[in-house]
Design a protein around this ligand. Structure first.
Ligand code: ADP
Ligand code: ASP
Ligand code: MG
Length: 585
């Protein structure tokens, strides 16, 4: 006999029939002898409708009142689920976040959970009841009882946090698909169910557009070793298991706001090749990285920045030992691309990274890193971001200093270089995010700290930035070097960002800002892609063969993302899914 937390998402409780089916499943679990705590979302599209209601009254509803409104969705569904259980003769009690006393930050609309008292839940379980808990909501303090919500999709986070706090034996996330699939089955019907997935992979997939599991839920599962399964509420299939570490007890405070960064990593064996003026047409990246893959060259970071006229810059890194071979291969290729194409090689580079699950969804961690480096006079050459890691390529001569600066500013140790993870499938899943916009700032002074200023301004405005790319090409303005910086953000944040940047740009006396909403981001994720030649080439080839032009490229150790025209986003996802034979698992 164990304690099981079951979470049912919006579609699983959308209608009376669905709620009755859910109630039967809960009763069946109780009959197996388990104590059951149920976490539910609002019914169907209730949250969207409530948001629509608020926006119909005012275009910019205050966050506090919005939380008050949105939290009602879950209050309805917990009561109806409890009623359905009672109708089946199963004693049940519904509890709101306030009644349990789920304490969160005061940050309306995106609050993080600080503490979940378990006494009330345990009391009710003792009485033989199923406890039905409202997901997505909490209160900012036990004194004022201000209602907060966790952010869209946040019921997953509530469920895993409740499971962590209770030390539950399992947390089952029931949804409208049979588990975590290789990609969104609504876009690619051939998507296959994964039997298991690592937390790192799921964190990336979740934040790159796979909304099947909220990234913060994964972060909690990873931090406290909560056993999580994602399954269909329609069938009895086993679903997908999240591979979580050993169980850890939850402290009485700061449940979701543990340390932002765990440590600093250094790879001092990097070399960079930077190509400028590469013709901007489909298939170029595939040609370049295909040739390198064929020769067995393992490429680490790849960055293609925003195009200038009809050309692109592509920069990438390899291990220093491979630099000569790589340069030869590149020099053989580029004459065919036109006279303007140049290749510059910097053999002595280092990659410094900050790592930690605490940075998930936190604007500002990357900005803090950039400004710490900037203040120490260390220039950042390339940037690569993933959900739990931000890496900067710096000059080898400044590597030790960079590590020291980061270690002291985040107050964390230097970690040993992680072991190579081989053997697993290099690519496990693909994702599409067509809710993003690309912002490009032209002519940012190329000096330490300039970029940091911009990203700090965005962080202060609470805008989460993704896919940050700095151009290789340098434009001289009044005898000073400048570069272009492009990044992506959520479309909803565009106005906030524009406002924050206007002031920052005026201060820097630089840059023109352009905003492009006609983009989509397609990504592949897999922890087995580290140090495997040819993964990127295969992705670019899938897009190239479909005639899809790549606007920007950014990679981390476990993901490759490409920006493509929004119009062909879905097609791009289908192509890469097929290109990696993910439909044939
Ligand atoms: P719930 O209401 O149960 O929380 P969501 O709508 O939030 O459900 O998430 C489930 C949806 O996530 C699925 O219907 C599917 O369209 C989408 N999805 C996107 N990527 C994936 C993926 N890789 N695996 C499974 N589902 C995915
Ligand atoms: N009802 C909330 C939403 O729609 C929370 C959730 O479903 O997870 O975002
Ligand atoms: Mg959801």
């Amino acid at each position: 006999m164990g304690l099981i937390v079951q979470k049912y998402g919006g579609t699983s409780v959308a209608t009376v029939e669905r709620i009755q089916a859910v109630a039967q499943r809960i009763v069946a679990t109780v009959e197996q002898g388990h104590g059951v705590v149920v976490v539910v979302s609002a019914m169907g599209r209730t949250t969207d409708e409530l948001l629509g209601l608020a926006k119909a009254v005012t275009p910019d509803p205050p966050a506090r009142e919005l939380d008050m409104l949105l939290a009602t969705g879950e209050q309805v569904s917990i009561a109806v689920v409890a009623l359905a259980l009672c109708a089946l003769g199963q004693p049940a009690i519904s509890l709101t976040g306030t009644q349990i006393g789920v304490i969160t930050e005061a940050d309306h609309g995106r609050a993080r959970i600080l503490h979940i008292p378990t006494d009330r839940i345990l009391q009710e379980l003792e009485l033989g009841k199923v406890v039905v808990v409202a997901g997505f909501q909490g209160i900012s303090s036990s004194r004022t009882l201000e209602i907060t919500t966790l952010g869209r999709g946040g019921s997953d986070t509530s469920a895993v946090a409740v499971a962590a706090a209770l030390g539950a034996d399992a947390c089952e996330i029931y949804t409208d698909v049979p588990g975590i699939l290789t990609t969104d089955p609504r876009v690619v019907p051939e998507a296959q169910v994964l039997t298991q997935v690592t937390c790192e992979e799921m964190l990336e997939l979740a934040s790159l557009g796979a909304k099947v599991l909220h990234p913060r839920a994964v972060e909690i599962a990873r931090n406290f070793g909560v056993p999580v399964v994602v399954r269909s509420s329609w069938t009895a299939e086993p679903g997908t298991r999240l591979l979580t570490p050993q169980r850890r007890t939850v402290p009485n405070r700061d449940l979701e706001v543990s340390r932002l960064v765990d440590g600093v990593e250094l790879d001092d064996q990097q070399a960079k090749l930077a190509l400028c003026n590469v013709p901007d047409r489909p298939g170029m990246a595939a040609e370049l990285f295909g040739a390198l893959a064929q020769a067995g060259v393992n490429v680490d970071l790849i960055i293609q920045s925003i195009q200038a006229g009809a050309t692109n810059d592509i920069a990438f890194t390899v291990q220093r030992t491979a630099v000569e071979k790589t340069e030869r291969l590149v020099r053989d290729l580029i004459p065919a691309w036109g006279e303007a194409v140049t290749c510059a090689v910097s053999s002595d580079m280092a990659k410094v990274s900050i790592v930690g699950a605490g940075m998930v969804g936190r604007p500002g961690v990357a900005a803090t890193m950039f400004s710490a480096l900037g203040e120490a006079g260390i220039n950042i050459d390339l940037i690569s971001t993933s959900e739990i890691k931000v890496s900067c390529l710096v000059d080898l001569t400044q590597a030790t200093q960079a590590v020291r600066v980061l270690s002291s500013s985040f107050k964390v140790p230097v970690l040993p270089t992680p072991p190579e993870t081989g053997g697993m499938m290099p690519v496990r899943g693909a994702a599409l995010d067509d809710q993003q916009a690309r912002l490009a700032i032209q002519r940012v002074p190329d000096r330490p700290g300039a970029a940091a200023g911009l990203f700090l301004a965005l962080a202060q405005a609470r805008v989460s930035v993704d896919m940050i790319i700095q151009s290789e090409r340098v434009t001289w303005v009044q005898e000073r070097p400048t570069r272009d910086i492009a990044f992506t953000i959520h479309q909803d944040d565009v106005e906030l960002a524009r406002h924050a940047l206007d002031t920052a740009l005026a201060k820097l006396a630089c840059g023109t800002l352009t905003i492009d909403r006609e983009i989509a981001k397609v990504s592949v994720v897999g922890s087995g892609m580290v140090r495997q030649a040819g993964v990127a080439a295969r992705m670019f080839a899938s897009l190239g063969q479909a005639g899809i032009n790549i606007y920007m490229i950014a990679t981390s150790e476990i993901k490759i993302s490409c920006l493509v025209p929004r119009m062909v986003g879905k097609q791009a996802l289908k192509r890469i899914h097929q290109g990696f034979a993910l439909d044939q698992l």
